[in-house]
Design a protein around this ligand. Structure first.
Ligand code: KG4
Ligand code: ZN
Length: 355
């Protein structure tokens, strides 16, 4: 009997039990995270070991170091999540683990660990798409939120406008043509000599700056008749400004630059996302991904949505950046629909979302 047929009863038990416990595991980038969920939305515990201080020394994530750190920490992080939930490993009904997209060596650690638990405890497990997980962070924040809705996903690796048709059905309606929003924040931060990860640092600096000091707008990003955007031009303009000023021995106002750059991204993302929601007749717009922690973006989207009569949803701060509760949540809904992975699941660096 293979793993699939042995765990059949366990899978049925999990699917029939609304209060089943799901263990989530996330190791796609620089956070080793685990969480336990009861049902689809009740977070019993979240544990995380962040590698940011190590990667900060290099100004960005070093994949090899990330994989090794996940290997060292994953057992303790999963143990902590289970202990803090007040349960034992034997109580877990299924495991949900990020299997794409991300750093391949990092993903392999979480996926292999999840397979080990599934095999040892005879329980089902499922590989979950990280971007879908970010979207699911909104279900953890709003008990009543259900598809369909439009979602703006802005993270370090991806920037998408996604039509969420159902828990397991997505249509990509817009995307960045080049840099992701978080990536642009990180690169501008680096040019401004701010530490990694740059998003929160640029946001802090921008608070004391004038957002109109440098107009960074491009016709492509202002055009709301299509939902794609491009951030590499804005990023390069900022970097060139800094270099040109340095060459001429001129000083620039770093806070003004940070504020103007942030304004340009926020303007583009919010205008296009709201236009997409209206075009597809969606009365809810959600925000997801690490950049959803940005206060300027949250405030602007709230305003734009209020003006257009659209409900605006954004994750609680603890669910904005990478975490395992969002992965457990998305895994729960997909497993409820009958999906599960077999032991030959191979993680992928690429996203499943394409068009
Ligand atoms: O979703 P996430 O945690 O990881 C990926 O899946 O990529 O996103 C991380 C990204 C980084 O680029 C980081 O600079 C950005 O999210 N970020 C922010 C803020 N907090 C995190 N960007 C702007 N403002 C923030 N407050
Ligand atoms: Zn992420």
């Amino acid at each position: 009997m293979n793993y699939f047929s042995r765990t059949k009863t366990a899978f049925e038990q999990y699917r029939d039990n609304e209060n089943a416990l799901t263990l989530g595991i996330e190791t796609s980038c620089d956070e080793t995270a685990a969480a336990v969920l009861r049902g689809g939305r009740e977070v019993l515990s979240m544990a995380v070991h962040t590698q940011i201080p190590v990667h900060r020394l290099y100004g960005g994530v070093v994949p090899e170091i990330a994989s090794r750190s996940h290997t060292e920490r994953i057992t303790a992080v999963v143990d902590e999540a289970i202990k803090n939930a007040g349960v034992s490993l034997g109580d877990i009904g299924a495991v949900a683990v990020t299997s794409a997209p991300g750093l391949i060596g990092a993903l392999l650690v979480g996926v292999s660990f999840a397979k080990g638990i599934a095999l040892a405890k005879d329980i089902p497990y499922l590989g979950v798409n990280h971007i879908e997980g970010h979207i699911a962070a909104n279900y953890l924040t709003y008990a009543d939120l259900e598809p369909p809705f439009m979602c703006l996903v802005a993270s370090g690796g991806h920037s998408h406008i996604v039509l969420v048709k159902d828990y397991n059905e997505f249509e990509l309606v817009g995307r960045t043509r080049d840099d992701a929003a978080g990536e642009a924040f990180d690169k501008v931060a680096r040019a401004l000599s701010l530490p990694y990860p740059g998003g929160p640092e640029v946001e802090k600096l921008a608070r004391s700056g004038n957002e109109r000091a440098y107009p960074f707008h491009t016709p492509f990003n202002s055009d709301t008749s299509n939902f794609d955007f491009s951030f590499s031009g804005v990023k390069t303009a900022v970097v060139n400004l800094i270099h040109n000023a340095a060459q001429k021995g001129e000083s620039i106002d770093r806070a003004d630059l940070a504020a103007s750059f942030q304004y340009s991204l926020v303007e583009t993302l919010s205008k296009k996302a709201v236009a997409a929601a209206l075009k597809y007749n969606m009365n809810t717009l959600a925000l997801a991904g690490g950049v959803s922690a940005n206060a300027a973006l949250r405030e602007r989207l709230q305003k734009e949505c209020d003006a257009s009569g659209i409900r605006f949803c954004r994750p609680d701060m603890r669910f904005c950046t990478d975490n395992a509760a969002m992965i457990a949540c998305q895994g729960y809904y997909r497993m409820k629909r009958g999906e599960r992975s077999d032991l030959d699941l191979n993680p992928s660096a690429e996203s499943f979302l394409s068009r």
